[in-house]
Design a binder for this molecule. Structure first.
Ligand SMILES: *Cc1c(COP(=O)(O)O)cnc(C)c1O
Length: 404
């Protein structure tokens, strides 16, 4: 197709130039053309609860949400989000002024950064990061300042685990007079790290000391394993008023296609985020908002069963990857496992992932795409385990030929 303008100027603007293509498109195409099992992209291959799907059908049939819902979200959902935060974490939010429904966590992240970041502001974020963070900081005209999570061995209760750890001194050093906010993600995608209460307490102390806003992406709040505890940053001293917390029905209820997410924060923060959000989608997912309101009132046994199911899948994949010769960082949360390919005699995750479909019929994602310091992520590769057990078993069998 001919370009729309004859000038030599590139079509994609300078802010987004570096985000032109995504690895997910390339890898999903490879999966399709080679008939590989796609453990690259993180979406479940089984849908969320039947009764919640039925609730969406009912809302559609009853004409609830078929026209523009209210800008902040339907009251039923805002009340359900507030009740969930109260019940799970003892955090009390006013559904009218402190809850905002968004088009998934993705829009919550975009609107929050567009609202709060001034051109030239620095945004400190944990690296590797979820892929939309860098693009949204760029769209807001901000500068991203990555703090790298580093591989680390820890022995607890006689068991040695490998985990990606936050260096709190590095975080402290990353904060300057230009820092506008800290962008935190726990449980952390792609490493599976769940920040501990001690780590989060230090982050909170830093935010208070330097008077920073904190945006915390907690979409995996219900996916924590082995007794790990998800601690919402907003529960820690001094944080309730300075924290924007982001959640999503996509990850918590296995409805990633519904794009229902939310923000909880103090009224002034919610107002600011809403100012940006109203010009992005204005509103989204009308009937699904009613269904998610019902999902949020499911008894906690839903989360227990969901967590137990994901734990079994994690264990299956982790064991298979270890047996296949990968170095494995057993995740304490999320539905991803990060591996080290060096024990397999490899060092370049990009090359490894490009060859893996041909070699073993499995698709994974090179973690380097989630880093600014590409070299820090080079030997790491991410697999998703939110797939049916039979799919994971087949993937593990195929990967078993690698060491061979
Ligand atoms: C999946 C994901 C999101 C996006 O969530 P949606 O509700 O699907 O928009 C945001 N952050 C992280 C860390 C994720 O893994």
């Amino acid at each position: 197709m001919a370009p729309m303008t004859s000038s030599a100027r590139p079509l994609l603007n300078r802010r987004l130039a570096e985000f032109g293509t995504t690895i997910f498109a390339e890898m999903s195409a490879l999966a399709a053309s080679t008939g590989s099992i796609n453990l690259g992209q993180g979406f479940p291959d089984t849908d969320g609860p039947e009764e919640i799907r039925e609730a969406a059908v009912r809302a559609l049939r009853d004409g609830r949400g078929n026209q523009y819902p209210p800008g902040p979200g339907v009251p039923e959902l805002r009340m359900a989000v507030a009740a969930h935060q109260e019940r799970r974490y003892g955090l009390s939010f006013d559904p009218d002024t402190e809850v905002l429904v968004t088009a998934g966590a993705t829009e919550a992240i975009a609107a929050t950064l567009l609202a709060l970041v001034e051109p030239g502001d620095e945004v400190v974020a944990l690296e590797p990061y979820y892929d939309s963070y860098a693009a949204c900081v760029a769209m807001a005209g901000g500068t991203r300042v990555p703090v790298t999570l580093r591989p680390h061995e820890e022995t607890r209760d006689g068991v040695t685990r490998r985990r990606f750890r936050l260096d709190l001194d590095e975080l402290r050093d990353a904060v300057t007079d230009r820092t506008r906010l800290l962008l935190i993600n726990t449980p952390h995608n792609p490493t599976g790290t769940v920040l501990t209460r001690a780590e989060l307490t230090e982050i909170a102390a830093l935010a208070v000391e330097r008077d920073l806003l904190v945006v915390t992406d907690e979409v995996y709040e219900h996916l924590v394993f082995d007794g790990a505890e998800h601690v919402p940053l907003a529960t820690l001293p001094g944080m309730r008023g300075r924290t924007v917390t982001i959640g999503s029905a996509g990850k918590s209820y296995s409805f990633t296609g519904w794009k229902v997410g939310w923000v909880t924060a103090a009224p002034a923060l919610v107002s600011a985020v809403r100012a940006a959000k109203q010009f992005l989608t204005y509103v989204a997912s009308g009937p699904f908002q009613y269904a998610v309101a019902e999902a949020l009132t499911l008894p906690d046994t839903y989360f227990e069963e969901f967590g137990a199911d994901m734990l079994a899948k994690r264990n299956l994949l982790v064991a298979g990857l270890a047996k296949a010769g990968f170095g494995v960082f057993e995740p304490a949360g999320t539905y991803f496992v990060t591996t080290d390919i060096r024990p397999l005699g490899e060092s370049d995750g990009f090359a490894f992932c490009r060859a893996l479909p041909e070699r073993a019929g499995v698709v994974a994602i090179p973690n380097a795409v989630f880093y600014d310091h590409r070299e820090a992520g080079a030997p790491f590769v991410r697999f998703a385990f939110c797939k049916r057990a039979s799919v994971l078993e087949e993937a593990v069998e195929r990967l078993g030929t690698l060491a061979g």
